[in-house]
Design a protein around this ligand. Sequence first.
Ligand code: ATP
Ligand code: DP6
Length: 424
Amino acid sequence: MADEIAAQKWVLMVTAQTPTNIAVIKYWGKRDETLILPINDSISVTLDPAHLCTTTTVSVSPSFEKDRMWLNGKEISLSGARYQTCLREIRSRATDVEDEKKGIKIGKKDWEKLHVHIASHNNFPTAAGLASSAAGFACLVFSLAKLMNVKEDQGKLSAIARQGSGSACRSLFGGFVKWKMGKEEDGSDSIAVQLADEKHWDELVIVIAVVSSRQKETSSTSGMLESVETSMLIKHRAKEVVPKRIIQMEEAIKDRDFPSFARLACADSNQFHAVCLDTCPPIFYMNDTSHRIISYVEKWNRSEGTPQVAYTFDAGPNAVLIARNRKVAAQLLQRLLFYFPPQSDCDFNSYLLGDRSILQDVGVQDLKDVEALPPPPEIKDNTTTTQKYKGDVSYFICTRPGRGPVLLPDESHALLCPETGLPK
Ligand SMILES: Nc1ncnc2c1ncn2[C@@H]1O[C@H](COP(=O)(O)OP(=O)(O)OP(=O)(O)O)[C@@H](O)[C@H]1O
Ligand SMILES: C[C@@](O)(CCOP(=O)(O)OP(=O)(O)O)CC(=O)O
């Protein structure tokens, strides 16, 4: 059978789209570096793939001589252990595939000999703290599993994606997702589960302030390893703090209790960054702009008497702000645009990406409208804090909780040419 197949020239391919996610209870620290097993549970919100997503095409052909991958148009090496593990784990679960229309028949055993070509594209900056590795590995595993007719459920697939990048396991589901740390040594119970789908709490609006899209100095992988090795605080966090927060956060999500959700998310982000500071040498992911955004949100929340907006920061300076509803999101953007107006030569159309329809609610159409924004009422009496920081935010993205991975059956979405299996 394998020889028969080797003489053929067809290309079979699958394209999928997978969202990124933002943790509201953070994963930071591993108990097993190779299997990527965490020291605590974590909870995330999946972001709408309409605005932030990875698209991956995987293809197989008897004419391919080796496994190859192109990321954002450039060929990258697949020799890294994380890529190898994902490929191996999916291949070992491959089953028979038949495409009657194309006259293709691949037996379970053939997959060991066949090579794949992979092309992937992130519609947002890679390695800039916008969780590209999460969407990327989730999409790789999801699309390969579809191509190879893997029959495992989404939870089992999440345990494979986890071995590409820990946070990737949470991108296998939409809505609100928990990554259970698990107890088993082989990691089989360290999987993601959906807590609620994206429709459960669809009032939420998410605004991301992209503070810097440069690649960061300390990767999450090495940062969390250093924290585990040197921080005392991380032990207390994993053992005493997170388990309680996980229960409270699940409750807050179930009840759509925004004040509790916001308090927990902000406290957890702050504690994660405190762990980074408690690491030797200390790791600084946030910068002055990040700190300013925290202060503005804290001040506003306090003046309202109850939280309107939650903030959370991953391993980078970008702020992810979760507003309780669209009205609040518009007020939030008014404030953000007031403090962080774009550079005078900036094209205003590229200063807010994602769901730009919110600008109507904000009452802002162009740079002139931004300049005319009044100071937020909570700072009226304090002239020293009305300073503006032009250009300190690169751009904003407006999005919302979104769905999990989907197949894109229309071949026009494919990133590989259906005849050659090479990038289009
Ligand atoms: N679409 C993709 N497909 C496969 N792998 C990807 C994809 N996008 C990113 N990666 C992998 O993830 C790496 C970037 O991960 P890294 O953790 O440094 O950044 P990040 O995920 O953007 O930020 P963070 O995880 O801190 O939020 C890339 O070098 C690449 O190996
Ligand atoms: C701060 C975080 O975003 C850390 C993400 O770390 P990664 O999943 O990127 O790390 P590896 O497992 O080593 O690939 C918090 C989170 O997403 O929970």
